[in-house]
Design a protein around this ligand. Sequence first.
Ligand code: GAL
Length: 362
Amino acid sequence: MKRFTRSGVWALVLALLLIASACGGNTSGNSSSKNDGGKSTPASASEKKDGKIKIGFSMDTLQEERWQKDRDLFKAAAEALGATVEVQAANSDDAKQIAQAENLISQGVDVLVVVPHNSEATAAIVEKAHEAGIKVVAYDRLILNSDLDLYISFDNERVGEMQAEAITKLQPKGKYVYIGGADTDNNAILFKKGAFNILQPFVDKGDIEIVYDQFTKDWNPANALANMENALTANNNQIDAVVAANDGTAGGVIQALASQGLDGKIPVSGQDAELAAAQRIVEGTQSMTVYKPIKTLAERAAELAVQLGKGEAISTNKTVNNGKIEVPSVLLDPVAVDQSNIDDTVIADGFHTKEDVYKNVK
Ligand code: GAL
């Protein structure tokens, strides 16, 4: 066999690198080395200097307590699998999120995990990542109209059903207010769909009247407070129940109710099992929340992201149509929580301590 001279070897390596950079355009080795029917497989970790999978985690916001937990739990789980994680939060700014994702792509991450602020606009991120041979995971919120590689979340329609089931059990008749999430977030659409799966039959029977129904820009509690104040004013405080999409918006709603001396008198739903909400539940001003075990979500997402980063095949138990394709998906089960089971769920899981939750209860 013809042996290569030293200069010959160097020429070959140079050629490979040139080919690699011509294919991928970035120097981190995360360039497509093989083509399989148009989808390019990123260079595996073993071909990288440190052999570590590098994950880019592009987050919409850290506004809610849960996202700080997601960030920390995902990072810890991925690092335990030998990966590194670069986190970027966009403070609900679409242009910033896309620019941050482009930055992560140009840094040569092996896989991109995205919590989209805007489920439509972030389709551009999937396209750019695929051009660089990088797979994309939609974390908790779906990215629409794109060739997404994986969607992992909770059954969000079921979340909405649980909220309305709890409130209609407490208040089967009367005037209802629906305080939704951000309509840029596909989850908010699913929560509302689930809630109205339960509410509509009551409306059709004439038992319940929806007197106010608004999404909340950026899930901002201050916007929910303003919406609830409008609802109270428009209905002379004659409101019997509120289905609020998460604990942040529920906090705004209950603040508005308190200023009219109505807090604790009108049932209010929530989601996320935030500490403040858990306290309101045991104090009686909030009726329920939907607990979503973030640890399970973060650990499962880290496992699958590392597999995708290594170019390995992943197994999922569902697909979800995002308007373009049937996305391979993992949907976890949410848990409805109220005073009767908060100790056996949120506290038993160590999501919050008993001391913290019952802090204001004599
Ligand atoms: C949703 C998420 C909820 C809630 C909300 C506000 O997409 O599923 O848990 O926190 O965003 O950030």
